[in-house]
Design a protein around this ligand. Structure first.
Ligand SMILES: Cc1ncc(COP(=O)(O)O)c(C=O)c1O
Length: 400
């Protein structure tokens, strides 16, 4: 097995980190350890450290395997890979993105604390703060994360413990300046968590910009094939990693081995998929910008997007998500979502196939009537990696 070097690039790490060939068989793909428990060599004599050819690396903190809620070799391989891709010391893989978010919030916050959240964010994240953690005694305050001055004022006013950021945001594709927000968070004594789901670690690495935690719905670009639900947390700090691992084990939110294996299979091609997602999305955004039935396009790759310069500074590409407002209003937006041939009407994003959805009653139904409510004429596209001309033709036909 070739030793990984600290200068190895993203594409190399995606294929090799945590994925050494099996020492016994030479299998080049990590095995699916579909197992709940492990034989011990005498009480406390757990086996591991080196398992199935996967050597102990910086992301692999297992002394030995005793029970798969605590650690599993296939999940460990995914965790080691994700830690390498985000530049963290350790990653933890979860059963869903929401499970990862829940674990993080319970680990770093206490009842009575204050959290800043984006005023444009995934509906499920808002629901977690509004319907679950509010009852736990955690106060949340929506702020425009693209406006550092507003974030600074709110962080000081509320003495925030946690600053939660999405960039680009879901669904309005706002851009937050991660390094500026890291300074604001740290001078206010807050932990900066960045949900990096929309960008993926290929396009943006928040830890290198000063964030304390990265969260993912690996269901999306990291998995990339709409065939698995999962989540992850990556951190640059060993103590926080240990506290998160304690919470994950104590509350039992880890993902299963087959899901970890599918996610690892997806992550190998993340770089090539993201390049194509970015190219296709840029072409779609450009077409929509000039279309008479489109009132406004939200895509950070467009020069007129208010976050374009910050996105160009901190991202390798602008991503595969595009949102737009239908000039015909709510009814026209809803009707269009049912009229595409290649864009499948459905929730989620980040898979190879293009998806279209109506956020107000689908992914963001839970923010209706809140400060995070989305425009009623908004359509969100997850631009896939099909032929670009076919995708553009499909949207043109559906717009009519
Ligand atoms: C930005 C973002 N974060 C988190 C999540 C939650 O992830 P999951 O659906 O894997 O629980 C989603 C889901 O759509 C999302 O879009």
């Amino acid at each position: 097995m070739a030793e990984l070097s600290s200068s190895d690039g993203f594409e190399t790490l995606a294929i090799h980190a945590g994925q050494d060939p099996d020492q016994m068989t030479g299998a080049v793909v990590p095995a699916i350890y579909q197992v709940s428990t492990y034989k011990q060599d005498g009480v406390g004599g757990v086996r591991g450290g080196q398992h199935a050819g996967v050597t102990s690396g910086p992301g692999r903190w297992v002394e030995g395997y005793e029970y798969s809620r605590t650690a599993n070799p296939t999940r460990g391989a995914l965790e080691e890979c994700l830690a390498a891709l985000e530049g963290g010391v350790r990653a933890l893989a979860f059963a869903s993105g929401m499970a990862a978010e829940d674990c993080l919030i319970r680990t770093v916050c206490r009842p009575g604390d204050h959290v800043l959240i984006p005023h444009d964010a995934y509906g499920g994240t808002y629901r977690l703060f509004d319907k679950v953690f509010a009852a736990w005694g955690l106060a949340y305050h929506p702020v425009p994360v693209s406006d550092p001055d507003a974030v600074r004022v709110a962080a000081e006013q509320y003495g925030a413990t946690l600053m939660w950021v999405e960039t680009p945001t879901n669904p309005l594709l706002s851009i937050a300046d991660i390094s500026v927000l890291a300074q604001i968070a740290h001078s206010a004594g807050a932990t900066l968590a960045v949900d990096n789901t929309f960008a993926s670690p290929y396009l943006q690495q928040p830890l290198s910009l000063g964030a304390d935690v990265v969260v993912h719905s690996t269901t999306k670009y990291i998995g990339g094939h709409s065939d698995v639900v999962g989540g992850a947390i990556v951190v640059p700090d060993a103590d926080l990693a240990a506290r998160l691992a304690f919470m994950q084990n104590a509350t039992g939110s880890a993902g299963g081995p087959f899901d970890a294996w599918l996610t690892l299979r997806g992550v190998k091609t993340l770089s090539v998929r993201m390049d194509r997602h970015c190219e296709n999305a840029m072409a779609v955004a450009a077409m929509l910008s000039g279309h008479p039935k489109v009132a406004e396009v939200y895509y950070p790759g467009l020069a007129e997007h208010p976050g374009h310069e910050v996105a160009a500074k901190q991202m390798r590409g602008f991503g595969g998500m595009v949102s737009f407002r239908h000039a015909g209003g709510e009814a026209a937006a809803i009707e269009m979502c049912g009229r595409t041939r290649l864009f499948t009407l459905g929730e989620s994003l980040g898979g190879v196939e293009s998806l279209i959805e109506y956020p107000a009653s689908m992914t963001h139904a839970s923010v209706a009537g809140s400060p995070l409510a989305v425009p009623p004429d908004l359509v969100r596209l997850s631009v896939g990696i099909e032929n670009r001309d076919d995708l553009i033709e499909d949207l043109r036909a559906a717009l009519g």
